[in-house]
Write a protein that binds this ligand. Structure first.
Ligand code: SAH
Length: 358
């Protein structure tokens, strides 16, 4: 059965073949602008609502809703109706905006050792509808507080560019039907070069964030294993091509790990990489969040500030990402949807750690 948010207008037109066109509009508005559950779309006659409920079902079953930061961070744990895999979505309210962080896969195959999703392994890709429904449900939640969602970040569980077709279909629906402009959508990637190239060929100007974490191959091979397949030079070429077409600034994410990637040498290497892009890349520093399978600590507050100040002195654009939801395991890299950690990766080898002190 096609899920509620995987269904296209054409699917609804076929299912409601005798209905006048405005009924399909009412249905579509109910789902995409009012974010209603089918039985609450009261512009539709009761019979149509009943038919909608039997023919198109939600793809996400609400399981646990956890709140932190005085109600400003909400983590949703869902179970996929098809197969039962758990996934998570995080809604973050700020004074002037609200952001939703969506998952694109149940689990992740990229195996970055410091990321709880990577530690738990891969289950399956999400469909476009499963991604869109996360957004719609978060919008429904925000609406109940008279808030609206302004930004979507594809930074939850999974690697978006390993599931690019579904992610792109979701982008189009979020932009075109929910009405959150592509400039407010950010796709974060571990650095899948062909995926970046495909994204560059897509029409809408979404933001690209690259999880860099190391600016030399020797260290990045260890922190982000896919670097062995797509090393930094190739990644940078793809970023350059993306910039050429989109002319949107790219951001580099950098989770600061004590003694591993927070030294003067790292700052210099990172600055040199940023300068190779025009416009120059923006660096987003993320103090490393604790995860069960990674023994190395995050950099201290002081060290995070020193690293930022060093980059600023070099002339690199840099901000420290505000950390939300660490106490409910909702922060960057902590989304494991309650799954046990399957592997315990080793911390970077002595050689990588020692050389980073140079
Ligand atoms: N797979 C994509 C989307 C996930 S985004 C990607 O890697 O970009 C999640 C971000 O949090 C990524 O930048 C990731 O590298 C970072 N991250 C992972 N584990 C983390 C941790 N323990 N602390 C801080 N950031 C982490």
């Amino acid at each position: 059965m096609t899920s509620l948010y995987d269904a296209t207008r054409a699917d609804f037109e076929i299912a409601f073949v005798d209905a006048p066109r405005y009924r399909i509009d009412q249905l579509w508005n109910g789902l995409y602008t009012q974010f209603l559950e089918p039985h609450d779309i009261t512009t539709l006659p009761a019979a149509a609502r009943a038919q909608l409920e039997t023919s198109f079902q939600p793809a996400l079953e609400p399981t646990v809703r956890t709140v932190a930061d005085d109600g400003k961070t909400i983590k949703f744990l869902w179970r996929l109706a098809d197969g039962g895999h758990p996934i998570e979505t995080v809604l973050m309210y700020y004074d002037d905006r609200a952001t939703v962080c969506v998952s694109t896969q149940a689990g992740c195959a990229m195996a970055c050792g410091f990321c709880a999703t990577g530690q738990a392994g891969f289950n399956r890709h999400l469909t476009a509808g499963e991604i869109i429904e996360q957004v719609a449900r978060a919008c429904r939640e925000a609406r109940s507080l008279d808030r609206r969602v302004d930004n979507i970040v594809f930074m939850g569980m999974g690697e978006p560019l390993a599931n690019e077709p579904a992610v792109w279909a979701a982008v189009e629906r979020i932009h075109g039907d929910i009405g959150i402009s592509a400039r407010h959508l950010t796709i974060s990637t571990v650095g899948i070069v062909p995926g970046i190239r495909t994204l560059a060929s897509r029409p809408l100007p979404v933001n690209l964030a690259v999880s860099l974490h190391a600016a030399r191959n020797e260290l990045r091979d260890e922190l982000v294993p896919i670097n062995k397949r797509y090393p930094i030079e190739e990644l940078l070429d793809a970023c350059r091509d993306y910039l050429k077409v989109k002319n949107r600034r790219i951001s580099f994410e950098w989770a600061l790990i004590e003694g591993v990637n927070d030294t003067m040498r790292d700052a210099k290497e990172l600055h040199a990489l940023c300068r190779q892009l025009t416009p120059t890349a923006h660096v987003n520093l993320i103090p490393l969040n604790p995860t069960p399978g990674w023994p190395t600590k995050g950099s201290s507050r002081n060290r995070v500030h020193v690293f930022r100040d060093t980059l600023l002195e070099f002339g690199t654009n840099v901000t420290i990402r505000s950390n939300r939801g660490t106490d409910i395991a909702a922060a960057c890299g902590q989304l494991a949807a309650g799954q046990p950690v399957r592997i315990t990766p080793a911390a970077p080898s002595r050689s990588a750690r020692d050389s980073s002190h140079n």
